[in-house]
Design a protein around this ligand. Sequence first.
Ligand SMILES: Cc1cc2nc3c(=O)[nH]c(=O)nc-3n(C[C@H](O)[C@H](O)[C@H](O)COP(=O)(O)O)c2cc1C
Length: 482
Amino acid sequence: MKRNVTYDSLRDFLREIEALGELRVIRGASWQEEIGALTDVLQHDEKAPAVIFDEVPGYPKGFRVLVNAFGGKRQNIILGFPPDLTKVQLSDNFLGEYREAKASRLPFEFVEDGPVFENRLTGDAVDVLKFPTPLWHPGDGGRYIGTGSFNVSRDPEDGWINVGTYRVMIHDRNSVGFYISPGKHGRIHRDKFAERGEPMPVAMVLGCDPLTFLMACSAIPSGVCEYDIAGAYRGRPMKVVKGPVTGLPFPADAEIVLEGFVQPGNARAEGPFGEWTGFYGSPGDDAPVLDVKAIYHRDNPILVGAPPQVPPGESSRSRAILRSAIIKEDLQKAGVPDVTGVWAHEAGGSRMLLGISIKQRYPGHSRQAGHVAAQCAGGAYAGKYIIVTDEDVDVSDLGELIGAMALRSDPATAIDIINKAWSTALDPSIPPSKKKEKDFTNSRAIIDACRPYHWKDQYPKICLPDPEAVKRVKEKFGKFLA
Ligand SMILES: Cc1cc2nc3c(=O)[nH]c(=O)nc-3n(C[C@H](O)[C@H](O)[C@H](O)COP(=O)(O)O)c2cc1C
């Protein structure tokens, strides 16, 4: 199915979802407790609307916070598909269109001016505390202004622009801290600047259209700018302005942007933060600090919040759609044939439990699929369990997936373990002693729940009725059950 992305800016998108009855406004909720707690409730309810918090006590009317924008069927609209597609249909359709966008890429275009410059704050006027940033989780080490956001940075060697979502915590009116896991593209840029002993320019976009945000938090290949994929996917190039302080490009219609520099060695305690694993991560370790030199914002700015939470919730549901598609693409590109299904399960934070189904073609096919899924670009970071099944299992259905593992595999022979795999300090199962040594690796279990290839023909037959018989009895007797 062809995509049709009908909106450009965040505000266009909000108008669309409002017309569909998918947006509410709540006035008077406090940043200290009420917005965070209510967001947790909303994000855990698949049917809940997006909400704009306005008139936050202590802040001017119009300085707003948007949450739950990516929940429910809004994800379909964001990706340009009808609301009635199921999550698997959405993921599969996205994959076809994403492939085309990745192949065609539409370079971003500079424009002279844009709504983001409606308000420019520099010098003493810089004040990050001007926005009603909530305390998202009660144990957070600070107020996280960057959750539904992204950082723009440039590789100091070859100049490629990366756009990536990394959490951002307020220290004071003109400094914020940000955490990037080792191996992420923004981290590689940052490490390169640190090795050179040079300040790193960064622009932080704290509210933008949801398609660009989704690209920013997806594993787009290194060397490719997420703006160019978002532009190609939308069918219109991203319109960006040049940051007056850093020269970095950011969307002309962004809601709020911080611009500044990370000085080499400048780090401060950041965290803990309630993470996508459902646990607090990074207990106040030092993280680099951005000295904010300028703030730009639209009139009546909207801070976009996408705080992680105990899975499954809005963020893991939303991530599952894109990550499942990207892993499927990686498997196919790596030459694994006949992959019939991939699902990055919401319950595992859409990273730690992958279901893969294949139509087995040769001995070793199932292990190949599992090992590649465990180590491909889309699946390598922070994975844990990869269950590979035959094609008759719907791996997007948690019950079917776990049932196939339990019923079809023999533990002593079905499980391969990979040690020392790429994980993160946020992984709650890494013991403190290992974290102290900065060893943030974990292991992977590849669970082969396929019928063993060499005796699959002797595998017991499944005791399901003939599908034709099911159809017939439904037609004949269904009226008695309605
Ligand atoms: C709401 C949200 C917050 C995130 N926060 C972080 C973070 O603090 N640090 C991090 O390394 N990755 C974080 N991620 C994951 C990255 O955005 C993701 O891995 C992305 O692919 C990184 O971009 P890159 O591939 O260009 O490095 C977050 C994702 C989401 C959806």
